[in-house]
Design a protein around this ligand. Structure first.
Ligand code: ZN
Length: 264
């Protein structure tokens, strides 16, 4: 083992991982080091092993046209810029446009081990997740199918905010969550059709607001978006230190926080 390895940092990068998962990562790191005929297992071997466990194998052989690559670079840069500027989104540690598993690019976050999340944190997360799609629209004037996973996540989260956490003023502080697990909300809705319509309407409003917040942030920080996308196209991966150099310190951002949360 290379003695520059910071075990505390490795622990922070693998929150919630089980012992078996961690054993897997160590084993993978050793294999990766052996493959490049190294004498020691280094930090980058662990980084590769963690990425592999989290996101699947790198698929360098996947064929992507230069135009597609540009779309992916701006998409990922969009996630990165929006999340960087929103203080309640988990800190970003890495952005990559190397295809992995079924995804063409990815942004890695370091999840904070918090048990409670505020409504504003939920809203900021929606915006960060929509940042990829928003960047595509802003830069190319049209959008691609690349945001499928993001949109699925956002839709589920927005419904949960209203139907489970009672965050919506019009629907009220009610929750249709069933902790007994006996009722399947997708089959039998525990509310009236009128409430169902209101929920659908409020979900659209909520997601629409999060999307425009993302687009506004990207419009105001277009220069950063361009810088990041350009760098991604050149070197495919950007790590945390370089993100800081390209985007500046993350804002404390109380003002932005208020701006984002005072909506209907
Ligand atoms: Zn995305």
């Amino acid at each position: 083992l290379d003695n520059h390895i910071d075990i505390k940092l490795l622990a922070a990068e693998t929150p919630g991982f089980s012992g078996a998962y961690i054993a897997n990562i160590c084993n993978d790191a050793a294999l990766i080091a052996a493959r490049r005929k190294a004498t020691f297992i280094e930090k980058r071997d662990f980084a590769d092993a963690i990425d592999r466990v989290i996101a699947g194998l790198e698929k360098k052989s996947k064929i992507i046209s230069p135009e597609e690559k540009r779309v992916v670079a701006y998409h990922e840069a969009g996630h990165a810029v929006v999340s960087w500027l929103l203080p309640e989104v988990d800190p970003l540690v890495k952005v990559s446009i190397v295809p992995r598993g079924k995804s063409l690019g990815a942004a890695w976050y370091l999840p904070e081990e918090k048990q409670l999340r505020s409504e504003s944190a939920f809203r900021q997360n929606l915006s960060a997740t929509l940042g990829g799609r928003a960047a595509e629209e802003l830069v190319f004037g049209e959008v691609s199918s690349g945001a499928l996973d993001d949109l699925e996540k956002v839709t589920k989260e927005a419904y949960a905010m209203i139907v489970y956490y009672g965050f919506n003023k019009k629907v009220g502080p009610v929750s249709f969550y069933d902790s007994t697990g006996q009722r399947d909300i997708t089959i039998q809705k525990p509310y009236s059709d009128a409430t169902g319509e209101l929920i659908d309407k409020e979900v659209r409003l909520l997601v629409g607001e999060a999307y425009s917040a993302a687009k506004t942030l990207l419009t105001e920080n277009r220069e950063e978006l361009e810088k990041l996308a350009g760098r991604l196209l050149k070197q495919e991966v950007i790590e945390k230190d370089e993100l800081k150099e390209l985007l500046g310190e993350r804002p404390d951002g109380k003002a932005k926080l208020i701006e984002l949360t005072t909506t209907s």
